[in-house]
Design a protein around this ligand. Structure first.
Ligand code: CA
Length: 221
């Protein structure tokens, strides 16, 4: 799972980035509306945190142009306290959720988890496929109720596939959702990680679809 934060307050931007990284997400940061708009239009994110008061282009205009460009990524806007009309304008511009400053980081994380879950069609905070269960609250993976230890990258890959289960996911799509923009991406390494995940899971559930990518398929399904 990969997030974009567009927030000109450097301290707040850094705090949000750190909290998301601690939850094993990968994060890109932008500090003005122009850079934020560009990244949101050109990169693949699972959700975006967008401040409304931004230099160069304001947040509402950024959001409106994303939606005009048919970019459907879930967006949570950050509004100033007591500016109720900002919330209305934000929702009308295409926002999916909001938080008023100041906020608790735990609430931001919970709202983002709910956004990416709902965008992928899951109502519950636990997402399962056969014997595999992802607890999105704790970022833990279980196989038949036994917790499986994973590196951050393995976790991101499996978590993304669990959210998107049923679909065939290409290596390119995986790379786009697993690494930040500065990472030297090589889609060949994905196969290595998939191999390691299969070994750790010990169940035959992560299938290679030749020439297309990967798919989570329940055994016997
Ligand atoms: Ca601001």
């Amino acid at each position: 799972m990969r997030f974009l934060i567009v927030e000109d307050d450097k301290d707040l931007n850094r705090q949000i980035k750190q909290a998301l990284e601690d939850s094993r997400y990968v994060v890109d940061a932008a500090f003005d509306g122009e850079e934020g708009h560009f990244l949101g239009s050109t990169e693949s994110y699972d959700a975006i945190v967008l401040d409304l008061g931004l230099p160069l282009i304001d947040g509402i205009s950024v959001l409106e142009s994303w939606r005009r460009e048919n970019i459907k990524i879930p967006v949570l806007i950050l509004t100033a306290r007591d500016r109720w009309n900002d919330k209305v304008t934000g929702f009308d511009a295409g926002a999916d959720d909001y938080l008023s400053k100041p906020f608790h980081m735990g609430e931001l994380l919970a709202r983002l988890r709910a956004l990416i879950r709902r965008a992928a069609g899951h109502a519950s905070s636990e997402i399962s496929c056969g014997p595999i269960l992802l607890d999105t609250k704790t970022s833990r993976i279980y196989v038949n109720d036994v917790q499986i230890k994973m590196t951050s990258l393995e976790f991101r890959l499996l978590s993304y596939m669990l959210h998107q289960q049923g679909r065939v996911i290409s290596r390119t799509e995986l790379v786009e959702h697993l690494y930040d923009q500065d990472f030297d991406r090589d889609s060949n390494t994905i196969e290595v990680f998939v191999g390691r995940i299969r070994k750790k899971l010990g169940v035959n559930i992560l299938q290679t679809i030749r020439g297309l990518g990967y798919q989570l398929i329940e055994e016997g399904a």
